[in-house]
Design a protein around this ligand. Structure first.
Ligand code: MG
Length: 373
């Protein structure tokens, strides 16, 4: 029989939340619910260790799972796990932190298989960074990278063995951040099995942002019409590229209609105000502004909001000038400004089949969509 012990007794202090972080919503569902639905098909019972003040809310989330119940969380993670171990009925226990909502079916099965084969199973990932041991800001030693792993949950053990170890640890006042560490002190070396990068622990406020957000932006600029005292420039600027044109575009800035649409898409995806708000065309500061510099600023605002750009897709509608010879250079400029590979920026250009203001050559319109991660 398999018992899953889901530790949900944390507070959310490191994320800066007032409430327990595992009760917060992530993409529309409370964080704890992800672990519940992952373990439910594979565990015979689920015990959720939670604080007394969260019990009502947690019980509401357990309603769809008749094999789940709450157990009293302790002052420390160790106390919570220990009291759950006493109440669990399974001979095998899988201990999992509710703050890791992306645990997969495969990880849980691999954990169970490891306990059955080796008596323990600790989910771990080989470190891709070099780790060092340091004291007082000085490196004391550098363990070989192929011997460094970061430990995740679930971690599986035989219940009786782990409970004995916990009772000894609590009697000695020893504290451990994970069960594998405790097991290795009181029982023996636990067996590692391969985790998944996606199985990350939600720790900071930005970890709770929606994983992906889409944004859309449009901009139109009119051409000068000859009799209006147009400036004597022989080009328009699109995607940071100067493209020969007998008529310039009317604008307060450099009139880069493509970059303006893209900036609005980025700001909108991040839930921010539009470019008119950040770079008003009534402000002399932005007269003849280089839109690529404004794009770099928008890119910074998006990063500050906690996102990075996954890809951008732009469509230009213009009767003239001919744009296809310039598309590759635009792609290079935009991908550099957004810190993307060139294949993450798509630019399409077409005419409007002589229809409407675009077709009559009176102006250019650009549409942009972006995906933020
Ligand atoms: Mg504009």
């Amino acid at each position: 029989m398999i018992s899953a012990i889901i530790v949900a007794a944390g507070s959310g202090v490191r994320a800066g939340f007032r409430e327990n972080k595992v009760l917060r919503e992530l993409n529309g569902l409370p964080v704890l619910s992800y672990s519940l639905s992952a373990f439910a098909p594979l565990a015979d019972e689920m015990l959720v260790a939670c604080r007394e003040e969260d019990k009502t809310e947690v019980n509401a989330l357990l309603r769809p799972y008749p094999n789940a119940r709450t157990v009293r969380g302790g002052k420390t993670r160790g106390e919570s796990v220990c009291s759950a171990l006493k109440e669990a009925a399974g001979d095998v226990v899988l201990i999992h932190d509710a703050a890791r909502p992306f645990v997969t079916d495969k990880i849980i099965r691999d954990c169970i298989a490891s306990v059955e084969a080796f008596g323990s199973g600790v989910c771990a990932l080989p470190s891709t960074d070099t780790a060092v041991l340091a004291q007082n800001g000085e490196v004391k030693s550098v363990p070989p990278r192929d011997e460094v792993f970061t430990v995740q949950t679930p971690q599986g053990f035989y219940r009786a063995t782990l409970l004995t170890a916990y009772e000894r640890a609590l009697a000695e006042g020893a504290e451990f951040t994970d069960d594998g560490g405790l097991y290795s002190k009181y029982v023996g070396s636990p067996r590692l099995f391969l985790g998944d990068r996606a199985n990350k622990k939600l720790t900071f406020a930005e970890d709770f942002l929606p994983a992906e957000r889409v944004g859309f932006g449009v901009d139109t600029h009119a051409f000068y019409d000859g009799d209006e005292g147009a400036p004597l420039v022989g080009f328009i600027t699109l995607g940071g590229v100067r493209i020969p044109s007998d008529r310039p575009l009317k604008a307060h800035s450099d009139g880069d209609v493509l970059v303006h649409a893209l900036m609005d898409a980025l700001l909108s995806a991040a839930g921010l105000r539009d470019i008119g708000c950040y770079f008003p065309d009534t402000d002399e500061k932005f007269r003849n502004a280089d839109s690529m510099k404004l794009l770099a600023e928008v890119s910074r605002l998006v990063r500050e909001a906690g996102y990075s750009v996954a890809n951008a897709s732009v469509s230009i509608l213009a009767e003239t000038p001919r744009l296809s010879p310039h598309i590759e250079e635009m792609k290079r400029n935009l991908s550099a400004a957004l810190n993307l590979t060139e294949n993450a920026v798509g630019i399409a250009a077409g005419t409007n089949e002589k229809l409407g203001y675009i077709g009559e050559g009176k102006g250019i319109t650009c549409y942009a969509t972006v995906l933020l991660k």
